[in-house]
Write a protein that binds this ligand. Structure first.
Ligand code: FEO
Length: 414
């Protein structure tokens, strides 16, 4: 289902043609609030680890009133581009405030530039963000840093920002900001997604696909903190969500908030079976794909598969959380399991994978060990139900293997 509400022009970083809202040229988010972010299509890996084939946006906003506030900066990689967008938006004026909601360098990378270029600007941040200025920039800004606490407000004139602490969503210093006049929630990393805004027009997968991969890999460990933030947000009359990555959300907000609620409770988003496999010579892969086919033949249960050595491991993390059942298929290796499966399970552990049914298919030619290793690792996670039997492929898939896979398929279908 296509849920995106804002369609963006390809030349987003040209401030004259910002984005289209329901077919109308639109260069403001709301009265007095401008989008001044930039796309990054040159980046190879976001955070040095995540594939972003459609790039990513570093969103930044400008609130113009009696006082002018910049809401977050951008990665230093795109500082020069952002400077042009900012200067055009400011139109010769100087900002009074720089609100730093999150200090991760994809947003704070141009903070030093702003502090130097505008010597009167006051940086507004949470108590935990304050020491990060000196840690990152080796500069003591002294009284130019204004610390705000939970619920405190900053009046810009008609616009008033109210600060809501959001620790660990996704760093400890994170806060989000609610603007009372426009009812905008500036949500920091919350409700962000991979993908440059200029690519949104071609995006047929909808918001959830890349938002889910972003959420589980980046914020996933901190579900309890996301729940706390959602409870605070429920007390606010939010009409627009302005995240630091991805499109601005203005309609059907219940859909996005509902997904965040499901994800942060570690509940499955939908019924289905995700088969994650790796294989040295194709025999384990053959068993994994045979299992998927058997399930499809026997039922209407949705089945998805991934070769975790060749396909995006982080997408496989996302899919493990998406569905209610997971099957891990791997060969034995050095008394344990093929390393890429070890790595995958470790990713799941770090993101506090829980509340799912899990089954195993192992392969072994002389001393199968993968099933035991995978089971021990998964049983150590919270509320994991093991689906029996563990199927052992003895070197290659044979008639006996298919019969065993049919038994496992029946157990998974339930
Ligand atoms: Fe987009 Fe946690 O930084």
């Amino acid at each position: 289902m296509r849920q995106r509400v804002l369609l963006f022009r390809k030349n987003l970083n040209n401030f004259d043609t910002l984005f289209i809202y329901r077919g109308m040229k639109y260069d403001i988010v709301a009265p007095g609030v401008k989008y001044i972010g930039v796309d990054d299509l040159d980046i190879d890996l976001f955070e040095g680890q995540y594939d972003v084939p459609e790039g990513i946006s570093y969103n930044s906003y400008l609130i113009e009133d009696e006082k002018i506030a910049i809401m977050d900066t951008v990665d230093v990689r795109k500082k020069d581009e952002w400077e042009k967008v900012l200067e055009k938006a400011l139109n010769g004026k100087a900002p009074d405030y720089l609100v730093v909601q999150h200090f991760e360098p994809d947003h704070s990378g141009s903070v030093k530039f702003i502090m130097e270029k505008y010597p009167n600007v006051i940086a507004v941040c949470s108590p935990k963000a304050k020491p990060m200025f000196e840690r990152f920039f080796d500069v003591d800004y002294g009284a130019r840093i204004q610390v705000v606490k939970e619920g405190e407000t900053l009046s810009l004139g008609e616009h008033t920002l109210q600060f809501v602490m959001a620790p660990m969503v996704h760093w400890p210093e994170v806060m989000v900001s609610y603007e009372h006049k426009t009812k905008i929630l500036f949500a920091a990393d919350g409700f962000g997604k991979f993908g440059a805004l200029c690519k949104e027009e071609e995006n047929e997968e909808g918001w959830a696909c890349e938002a889910r991969r972003y959420y589980f890999n980046i914020v996933g460990k901190y579900g309890a903190m996301v729940q706390q933030l959602l409870k605070k947000a429920a007390t606010l009359d939010i009409q627009t969500i302005c995240p630091l990555h991805g499109p601005i959300l203005t309609e059907n907000l219940g859909y996005y908030i509902g997904l965040y609620d499901t994800w942060s409770k570690y509940e499955p988003e939908e019924e289905g079976i995700f088969v994650a496999y790796c294989s040295f010579y194709g025999n384990t892969a053959k068993a994994a794909l045979a299992l998927a086919d058997i399930i499809r033949e026997k039922s209407d249960v949705k089945v998805s598969t991934s070769d975790i050595a060749r396909e995006d491991l982080h997408e496989a993390v996302e899919d493990a959380f998406r569905y209610d059942r997971l099957v891990l298929c791997a060969p034995s290796y050095d008394g344990g399991v093929m390393p890429v499966m070890d790595d995958y399970i470790n990713h799941l552990r770090m993101k506090t994978y829980q509340n799912r049914k899990v089954a195993f298919v192992e392969n072994g030619t002389w001393a199968p060990s993968a099933g035991k290793k995978m089971r021990e690792a998964m049983e150590a996670m919270k509320n994991i139900t093991i689906v029996e039997p563990i199927v052992t492929v003895e070197s290659a898939v044979k008639d006996k293997t298919i019969e065993d896979l049919k038994v496992l398929a029946d157990a998974l279908i339930g």
